[in-house]
Design a protein around this ligand. Structure first.
Ligand SMILES: *Cc1c(COP(=O)(O)O)cnc(C)c1O
Ligand SMILES: [Zn+2]
Length: 425
């Protein structure tokens, strides 16, 4: 029997052969890879994983490639950091940071999805690849396209951060800066994929792309000692990562790699673009698209393709969702940096602040294990915090200038007066 059975429709269950398609012809539902877990279970175990490379490809049996990856062979197996300083600041017992801010090669979790999507693009015979992106996907598709000798066409909204734009152009990709928001970029890309027959990572290659996200969940469970945490807080844009982390944990349970699945999933969004968290909080049956307005640009998708499934996953796992203001996003970036020495981008600021809010609301209990998903690097979104995190102190290259500066900023000056007994007269 084959390890992969085909693509199946999440809505009506129709089965399709493996090909670069992403929506059901019958009902327009999204297509997903269908694996044969009985077959995979015969040869896949904790030991075969431990014998594999220290990359996401240690889970290759649960990924939709026929052969070896042609790009991104080093992606994955990022650190899971026990964050004791942050935990004590939040007043909780056990917090971990799954840190894809240091993902190789482009410093966001999008390296995982692109490694799968472009390797599959090669198997399908595409020579031109691309994507619609809020920034990180652009960086990663451009980098992996260079590695794999693909031609790349990258579509982004015109108002992205400089770090994301420069970090795409440098790889030699053709970058189309679209006068519109992400949802308009995405609509254009659907037309492009149909007309030119290019392999677009998050359009016609989407079922393959999104399975790369499962490895984020596999790694959390493995790095916790083959155990799923009680709570996972995850930033959501299109809603794919959150959905697939949970799917990955479900697969691990099905294959006996973890004993139980107590995990509750929580979606984190910015209030200025919160269709998923709003759907959860209002217990709504449908998701209402919005017009994004937030500094958290990487997760500013007003009409998320997998938004409904992300909200469903929060609910059915017993989790919840929350959103935070742009000021709280900046606070969250600072809090993580100053407690754990990890510099995350705006999406990470969202996730840290949402975690704090859920703890303060009593939604996440203080004595259970919490994993915070950090998905991107702060060096790419510097304009979001510039001027809000303190400033440098200019001095002359002399000791006297240094001492003047320290005095005038009250740095290193012992507050002697405070310790004195009151003076009696
Ligand atoms: C794309 C992205 C996300 C969200 O991913 P979805 O799968 O679209 O929900 C989260 N964080 C960062 C930094 C991203 O770039
Ligand atoms: Zn269908």
């Amino acid at each position: 029997m084959a390890r992969i059975l085909g693509l199946h429709c999440r809505e009506c269950g129709e089965i399709y052969d493996i090909s670069p398609v992403h929506v059901c012809e019958l009902c327009f539902g999204p297509l997903e890879i269908q694996y044969n877990y009985d077959e995979i279970g015969q040869t896949f175990s904790r030991q075969t994983i431990l014998d594999g490379p220290l990359t996401m490809w240690r889970y290759a049996q649960l990924l939709p490639l026929n052969g070896e990856p042609c790009v991104g062979r080093q992606v994955g197996y990022t650190p899971l950091v026990k964050a004791d300083n942050l935990a004590s600041k939040l007043g909780v017992k056990e917090v971990y940071i799954k840190n894809d801010a240091v993902s190789h090669p482009t410093l966001s979790f999008k390296d995982r999805v692109v490694a799968v999507a472009l390797s599959k693009a090669r198997e399908f015979g595409f020579e031109v690849v691309g994507c619609a992106s809020t920034g990180n996907l652009a960086n990663s598709v451009a980098a992996h396209a260079a590695e794999g000798n693909f031609q790349a066409y990258i579509f982004i909204p015109h108002d992205l951060e400089q770090g994301k734009v420069v970090g795409t152009l440098v790889y030699g990709a053709t970058v189309l800066s679209v006068k519109g928001n992400y949802d308009e970029v995405n609509r254009l890309c659907s037309e492009v994929a149909g007309k030119y027959g290019w392999g677009l990572a998050n359009v016609n290659l989407r079922p393959f792309y999104s399975d790369g996200s499962k490895t984020f969940g596999y790694e959390i469970a493995e790095q916790l000692g083959w155990k799923a945490p009680q709570h996972i807080v995850c930033p959501s844009a299109g809603g794919s990562l959150l959905t697939k982390i949970y799917k990955g944990l479900t697969e691990f349970q099905k294959l006996g790699l973890i004993d139980s699945l107590p995990t509750r999933m929580y979606a984190a969004q910015a209030t200025g673009c919160s269709p998923i968290t709003t759907m959860v909080k209002e217990r709504a049956e449908i998701m209402r698209p919005v017009r994004p307005n937030t500094i958290a640009k990487s997760i500013a998708i007003g009409n998320p393709a997998d938004g409904y499934y992300a909200a469903e996953t929060c609910r059915k796992s017993g989790g919840w969702a929350e959103d935070v203001t742009d000021d709280e996003v900046v606070d969250g970036i600072g809090l993580l940096a100053q407690t754990e020495g990890i510099f995350t981008e705006t999406a990470g600021g969202v996730t840290v602040s949402v975690t704090k809010k859920l703890i303060e609301q009593g939604v996440i209990p203080r004595d259970e294990s919490i994993v915070i998903c950090i998905t991107g690097n702060g060096l790419k979104t510097q304009e979001a915090i510039l001027g809000k995190i303190g400033a440098t102190i200019p001095i002359q290259p002399s000791l006297s200038s240094l001492e003047d500066a320290l005095l005038s900023h009250r740095i290193g000056v012992v507050p002697r007066v405070a310790n004195r007994e009151p003076v009696s007269v």
